[in-house]
Design a protein. Structure first.
Length: 119
């Protein structure tokens, strides 16, 4: 059974940094992409970033380019999202998700971790 467990959220001041972790288990993710999404109160969930496990190719939403970095640790089966220069508009629940590279939709989701950026 696939499990994705996020951690690392919290309260940070504007301009600060946080690193989110997504620990993946239950299968091999070599043919998967793992992504980060976020949902702020009253807003739709939006894509933040993704990484293809095998190739390491990455993708970012325009709103986080240059500030966020996604990476993975194969040995730990963990994907990270390093978030720098945080802004109040980055406040949201952040979710980790995984999809087969053969599919467009993300099939597996974590429970989410809250990130709050205070001004």
């Amino acid at each position: 059974q696939v499990q994705l467990v996020e951690s690392g959220g919290g309260l940070v001041q504007v301009g600060g940094s946080l690193r989110l972790s997504c620990a993946a288990s239950g299968r091999s993710f070599s043919s998967y992409a793992v992504g980060w999404f976020r949902q702020a109160p009253g807003r739709e969930r939006e894509f933040v970033s993704a990484i293809r496990w095998n190739s390491g190719n990455t993708d970012y939403a325009d709103s986080v380019k240059g500030r966020f970095t996604i990476s993975r640790d194969n040995a730990k089966n963990t994907v990270y999202l390093q978030m720098n220069s945080l802004r109040p508009e980055d406040t949201a629940v952040y979710f980790c998700a995984a999809r087969s590279l053969l599919r467009k939709n993300y099939d597996y989701w974590g429970q989410g971790t809250q990130v709050t950026v205070s001004s």
